[in-house]
Design a protein around this ligand. Sequence first.
Ligand code: FES
Length: 78
Amino acid sequence: MCHLKPSSLTVLEALEQQGVTAPFQCREGYCGTCTATLVSGEIEYVQEPIAYNDDRRVVLCCCKATTDIEISFVGSKA
Ligand code: FES
């Protein structure tokens, strides 16, 4: 589980800035590799992803945190 503050960076970029390695490939919303579970908080898409997403599954390379958020993805610490 990772915690982030609101930021103008994408969630993927904000994680990298904190030294957290999240899975990714295209960084453009196509592949779905960076999809994660939004455990709490709110995000907003800065770019509409092609990859699947819903209210709880979010595409990290295309969204930013608008509140404090908690996310969980493969490889993140529980
Ligand atoms: S890295 Fe491909 S959708 Fe985010």
